[in-house]
Design a protein around this ligand. Structure first.
Ligand SMILES: Cc1ncc(COP(=O)(O)O)c(C=O)c1O
Length: 302
């Protein structure tokens, strides 16, 4: 699902303001003077979330008091979970929990450093090799979230004078990656291949181009028309990247995703995945050919 912005009800002003800095005596005084800072003006006047809450229909940030499963506890009541992305029901699976316990017992609870320096564990490499086998790609690089895959890969790969061609319904993390890139960001109407072709035709033939789309779209739930997209990418010499957050574990051979579903693995150059949905955990991965892309990511991703 797209990430909703965290919103809280606006704080009422508690005391009259006085111009100029206040003496920093108590924590309370420091907080209220920060409340008056100009940048926070929009926060003070923000009302939408409180208004929706007052109707009783505010859908976000419900607190779950049990394990993620087909039924969960909310406010002490057992309710059906219809919004989960744990497509394979693995999040609460005894074998997965046991494997997590064994990993913590052996390696501790963190990496104590970035992958780049002292944070690469042998289990990272094992997992990367297993994922590469699943999706039949040459190499895989793990990230700490799927969001970071899209930020890191797109902004590193597409440079100045190059182009990103993106579906308008792409996930927020793809949009964030596109905005971070110095390349030109062009969008086409959702799943409209004629519009995509039209955008490609307007770009100089020799310019570097990345077409990036969700495999299964997170809001609409529909699937990209990958055969037509790949045909156009080939004709215009564009690189294809598919965000398979909602397709890994669901579509394709052994859950290998959208490219596998359409038998187009060789034509999709970059496959993005996340562990926060079917794969019952947290983290992200990018699977790609050729292998040297991995080396450039490890050393250049922000
Ligand atoms: C299509 C899509 N891409 C990327 C992400 C980001 O994945 P993660 O939760 O691992 O940051 C999500 C998650 O909401 C998603 O739905």
């Amino acid at each position: 699902m797209a990430h909703p912005l965290p919103v809280t009800a606006p704080r009422e002003r508690e005391e009259p303001t006085t111009p100029g800095p206040r003496p920093a005596r108590g924590g309370e005084e420091r907080r209220s003077s920060a409340d008056e800072l100009p940048l926070f003006a929009k926060v003070r006047s923000y009302r939408s979330a409180a208004e929706v809450r007052a109707t009783g229909l505010y859908p976000y940030f419900r607190t779950i008091e049990s394990a993620q499963d087909t039924e969960v506890l909310i406010n002490g009541r057992k309710v059906l979970m219809l919004g989960s992305n744990s497509y394979l029901g693995l999040t609460n699976h005894p074998k997965i929990k046991e494997a997590a316990r064994a990993a913590v017992a052996r390696y501790g609870t963190g990496c104590a450093g970035s992958r780049f320096l002292n944070g690469t564990l042998e289990i990272h490499l094992e997992l990367e090799a297993a994922l590469a086998r699943l999706v039949k790609k040459e190499a895989v690089l793990l990230y700490s979230t799927g969001f970071q895959v899209n930020l890191g890969v797109i902004s590193t790969l597409v440079g100045k004078g190059e182009y990103i061609i993106a579906d308008k319904s792409n996930h927020a993390s793809i949009v964030a990656g596109c905005l971070l890139s110095p390349g030109k960001f062009i969008r086409f109407a959702h799943r409209d291949m004629a519009a995509m072709e039209n955008r490609l035709q307007q770009i100089e033939p020799e310019a570097g181009k990345l077409i990036v789309v969700d495999g299964v779209f997170s809001m609409e739930g529909d699937i990209i028309q990958l055969p037509e997209l790949c045909r156009l990418a080939r004709a215009h010499r564009a690189v294809v990247m598919v965000d398979d957050a909602h397709a890994i574990g669901v579509l394709g051979e052994h859950g290998a995703g959208t490219a596998s579903h359409f038998r187009l693995t060789d034509e999709v150059h970059l496959i993005m995945g996340t562990f926060s949905k079917s794969l019952a955990s947290l983290g992200g991965s990018s699977r790609r050919t050729p292998r040297r892309l991995i080396i450039s990511s490890i050393t250049r991703v922000r």
